[in-house]
Design a protein around this ligand. Structure first.
Ligand SMILES: NC(=O)c1ccc[n+]([C@@H]2O[C@H](COP(=O)([O-])OP(=O)(O)OC[C@H]3O[C@@H](n4cnc5c(N)ncnc54)[C@H](O)[C@@H]3O)[C@@H](O)[C@H]2O)c1
Length: 342
């Protein structure tokens, strides 16, 4: 094992880029050398808040540095490919946010570049670090529940997410934003590939507000081993909800079943005059006496640890590609009204 610090760079310091900032600046084995964002004002604010000395608005400049071994790419869903390929060509190891890319061809180009450069690329499917799902996966692996048969996952956001939190909500979909997580979890828990996808979407609320993106998708994914997942994702839950995200699920197996009330992990409800009703998230991301913790931090730290120690992450290039294939099929089915065979 090597105990030298890993020197990293961050490209994209927006909403989720801040999680990478928190993870890296709280990791004593990581040195966050330089951060990059096209938005100069945001970049300066992040650099000051997290004490990062070097910044640039040009990602090529960051990638040209010899003192950076690995980068996080945290740009909008549809802006991953170009930066990831440039990072691979520059010899950097890469952590890219989910989804890997929004077309299969883009994923294939990224994989070719990464393989040619001999670098590591991990997609940040952080729910594989969520204790709800890691414990379920362990139960399945131990055979305590028999064979998985059907999984229902409901992962929804409030209207705030596509209309206020993201500046690019209308350029993506709730499927890229949330079904990508659910489809990865289903494939991981079922240990099987998607065979057929059938999805139904509707566009009323967001369309009426001028956003060219569906309100919701209801999706059935059938797997090669016979398992079936029902995945529900919407971007239109009421803004009066205490948490922006709702996540629940149920797994039925041949000899057992499980209920995943992920939202119930939020045991603390706070009502005040500043934020109104809130439910802080003591599982995904939280601060404990000045240290950042939670599964959103764990996946980023895990990537850094793998690169430092020269080990291969258990989230593979194929995981990224298969996920994008499934979400592309989901969109195709919703558009045509027909099931899509893989
Ligand atoms: N794992 C999760 O749960 C989770 C949660 C939120 C977002 N995400 C993912 O993270 C990614 C980013 O989402 P976000 O919510 O942070 O979006 P965001 O819009 O808040 O941030 C993206 C940032 O990238 C910057 N950017 C865009 N193009 C750039 C370029 N060429 N060079 C430098 N900077 C550039 C933008 O200026 C912006 O600040 C998306 O892929 C999203 O799906 C993941």
């Amino acid at each position: 094992m090597c105990d030298e610090k890993l020197h990293v760079g961050l490209i994209g310091t927006g909403v989720w880029g801040e999680t990478h900032l928190m993870a890296y600046t709280n990791d004593p084995l990581v040195d966050l050398v330089c951060i990059c964002d096209k938005n100069e004002e945001l970049l300066a604010q992040r650099a000051e808040q997290y004490g990062v000395a070097e910044t640039t608005t040009d990602y090529e400049e960051l990638l040209a540095r010899d003192d950076i071994q690995a980068v996080s790419v945290v740009t909008p869903d549809f802006l991953h490919k170009e930066i990831v390929i440039a990072a691979a060509k520059a010899g950097k190891h890469i952590l890219v946010e989910k989804p890997m890319a929004t077309t299969v061809a883009e994923c294939e180009e990224m994989i070719a570049a990464v393989e040619e450069a001999g670098v590591t690329l991990m997609v940040d499917f952080h729910n594989r670090f969520n204790p709800v799902f890691t414990q379920l996966s362990e139960k399945l692996d131990a055979g305590d529940m028999g064979d998985p048969l059907m999984l229902s996952l409901r992962l929804n956001d409030t209207l705030y997410v596509p209309t206020e939190m993201l500046s690019w909500g209308g350029q993506s979909t709730v499927a890229w934003f949330l079904a990508a997580h659910a489809a990865d979890l289903a494939r991981w828990l079922f240990e099987s590939e998607v065979k057929r996808v059938y999805s139904v979407s509707r566009s009323t609320v967001l369309k009426g507000m001028g956003y060219d993106t569906p309100d919701f998708f209801h999706t059935i994914m059938e797997y090669e081993n016979g398992c079936v997942a029902h995945i529900e994702n919407c971007w239109i839950m009421s803004d009066s909800m205490a948490a922006v995200c709702d996540f629940r699920g149920e797994l039925i197996c041949s000899e057992g079943s499980a209920i995943m009330n992920v939202i119930a992990n939020r045991a603390l409800e706070v009502y005040d005059n500043v934020e109104g009703a809130t439910m802080p998230n003591p599982v995904a991301l939280y601060e404990i006496h000045g240290e950042m913790r939670g599964f959103a931090i764990e996946s980023i730290r895990y990537f850094a640890k793998c690169i430092r120690e020269g080990t291969a992450p258990f989230i593979t290039l194929e995981d990224g590609l298969r996920n994008t294939e499934a979400v592309v099929a989901l969109h195709e089915s919703a558009e045509t009204g027909q099931p899509v065979e893989r």
